[in-house]
Design a binder for this molecule. Structure first.
Ligand code: KG4
Ligand code: ZN
Length: 335
């Protein structure tokens, strides 16, 4: 089954053709990131305008690379939320139009659920259920239990800022560019190449003792700000980055251990933009060794892409009449 995926929830305009939810026939991601580096964050209006310019060329491009005739496509899938409303609307309305004109079934896909399906792309071993997934993106940090495809239950997550947001906000305080995650990760790595791991534990790891899977990252930016204001020992940006990264990663890892010990899943699925983080990938793999099978997407499918949309659509194949597909910016992971 060949599904065209379309993803426009934020600043990436992406399309992909995926066969049977697993094999990527073609995939393209256009990012308007360079526009947002100047402003130190995404301006929704700017992102939406770039989406409008890019959506048709990106879709045309993936179909051309896949050497596909429209007739060969079995369905169209699209992210309908959560995300920025202006950006979402571009993908949703384009997908609805194509579905109507090409007479193809249309499958709406939750963006956060799609991140989890990045673990099925090009997988040599398939994840088994029940699975615990941790979705760590720029806007969400959620633990969910997946008993099967389409059977998802929220277990806990951040009560305030998302982990990606914590990277982005603290990077800004250090004068590092947007997006903060890759910038902090690169700076931390520089420190660790010259020194060893920074183990000062300068920043808080809140809620580690709480008996649930909830987390809080909003205190981190205040702690970093206070430290920078007061600091007398002149730590480098690189060492501060290593300390910030360690605080975020330690929290995610500790709660992941808790989730696995409580639910004893057959698989643990890491997902979302922050799962590109090398230190998180290493530490979570190490921490869950022997407890469950850990899956982490190929780095190229961790941040927003359309292959994950088509993959999620294949495993949760529920076409909806185009009239009923509506962009929803504030969707939860269960909807
Ligand atoms: O999933 P994603 O691409 O978009 C959303 O759905 O939000 O995630 C973007 C987030 C940003 O906050 C970015 O800083 C973070 O993922 N990110 C990283 C890394 N690459 C992207 N965070 C830590 N380390 C990275 N290497
Ligand atoms: Zn995302």
């Amino acid at each position: 089954m060949l599904i065209l995926g379309i993803e426009t929830s934020c600043d990436e305009t992406a399309a992909a053709v995926v066969e049977n939810g697993q094999t990527v026939v073609s995939s393209a991601v256009f990012s308007s990131l360079s526009q947002h580096v100047k402003t130190g964050g995404i301006i929704p209006e700017v992102a939406a305008r770039r989406q409008i310019e890019s959506i048709i060329p990106v879709i045309e491009g993936v179909l051309k690379i896949a050497k596909l005739k429209i007739d060969n496509l079995d369905a169209i899938s699209v992210t309908y939320g959560p995300g920025l409303i202006g950006s979402l609307l571009v993908g949703v309305e384009t997908a609805k139009t194509l579905s109507l004109v090409w007479n193809k079934p249309l499958v709406p896909v939750n963006h956060l659920v799609a991140h989890i399906y990045a673990n099925w792309i090009d997988a040599k071993i398939m994840p088994k259920f029940a699975a615990v997934a941790l979705v760590v993106s720029g806007g969400h940090t959620d633990f969910v239990l997946m008993k099967n495809h389409g059977e998802i239950k929220y277990l806990g997550g951040t009560r305030d800022d998302a982990a990606g947001e914590a990277f982005d906000k603290t990077a800004r305080l250090l004068g590092l560019p947007y997006p903060g995650g890759p910038a902090i990760s690169a700076a931390a790595e520089k420190f660790e190449i010259l020194n060893s791991k920074s183990e000062l534990n300068l920043f808080p790891r809140p809620m580690l003792d709480s008996d649930n899977l909830d987390m809080s990252f909003s205190g981190l930016k205040t702690a970093v700000l206070n430290f920078i204001k007061k600091q007398s020992n002149n730590l480098t940006i690189e060492q501060l980055s290593a300390e910030i990264q360690e605080a975020i990663v330690d929290t995610l890892v500790a709660k992941s251990i808790k989730a696995v010990e409580k639910y004893k899943p057959k698989s643990f699925l890491l997902a979302g933009g922050v799962s590109a983080n090398k230190r998180l990938r290493e530490k979570i793999t190490q921490a869950l060794k022997g407890k469950t099978k850990v899956f982490i997407p190929d780095p190229k499918y961790t941040t927003d892409n359309a292959a994950m949309i088509a993959s999620a659509a294949y495993s949760n194949y529920q076409p909806v009449p185009w009239q009923k597909v509506i962009a929803n910016p504030s969707l939860s992971i269960e909807e």
